[in-house]
Design a binder for this molecule. Structure first.
Ligand code: ADP
Length: 152
């Protein structure tokens, strides 16, 4: 069976932390689908098209990585894509508590799908899209936090 993984998130914008997780996952999976969840509760700074384009540019050389958007349950998207793994990154104990709940509920919803967690590389653990957005809003330099392909 092909090992197909979905890496779900908002990627608003994609950071070096996200890229590191995907790069580390590439040797482990046959296919990785970066799934941009369209969540109407969240006010995004960057448009969906912009976020898709940046991710597509970053992984243009990686044949096994694709980028798609979806709405609704991540598990349903996994089923549609025949994905049997969900990838998530863990930065802090707060991430763990949050992910534990989601991961355990996802197991109840679809027991054929495993969530695989990657511990963040230490240098990326303080990076979050929300901090990046705050720095951008206030005119700070985010060049050490996001990939060079993210041009806005
Ligand atoms: P969400 O809105 O689902 O939290 P994000 O785009 O913020 O989406 O994050 C998507 C995934 O990437 C999550 O698993 C998150 O823990 C992980 N992630 C975010 N920032 C980092 C980072 N700096 N290092 C490693 N993983 C990260």
């Amino acid at each position: 069976m092909e090992r197909i993984a979905v890496f779900p998130g908002s990627f608003d914008p994609v950071t070096l932390g996200h890229v590191s997780i995907v790069k580390r996952a590439i040797p482990l999976f046959d296919k990785i689908i970066i799934g941009i969840g369209m969540n109407s509760d969240k006010n995004h700074m960057f448009t969906l098209e912009q976020r898709i384009q940046w991710l597509a540019n970053i992984f243009s050389e990686d044949d096994t990585v694709s980028v798609e958007s979806y709405s609704g349950l991540t598990i349903r998207f996994c089923n549609q894509k025949k994905a049997n793994y969900i990838l998530r990154g863990l930065r802090t104990s707060a991430d763990f508590e949050f992910e534990r709940g989601i991961g355990q509920i996802n197991r109840k919803l679809a027991d054929g799908v495993e969530t695989v967690f990657f511990l963040t590389e230490p240098e990326y653990s303080p990076i979050s899209s929300s901090i990046v957005r705050d720095v951008i809003r206030h005119g700070g330099d985010v060049s050490g936090l996001i990939p060079k392909e993210v041009v806005y």
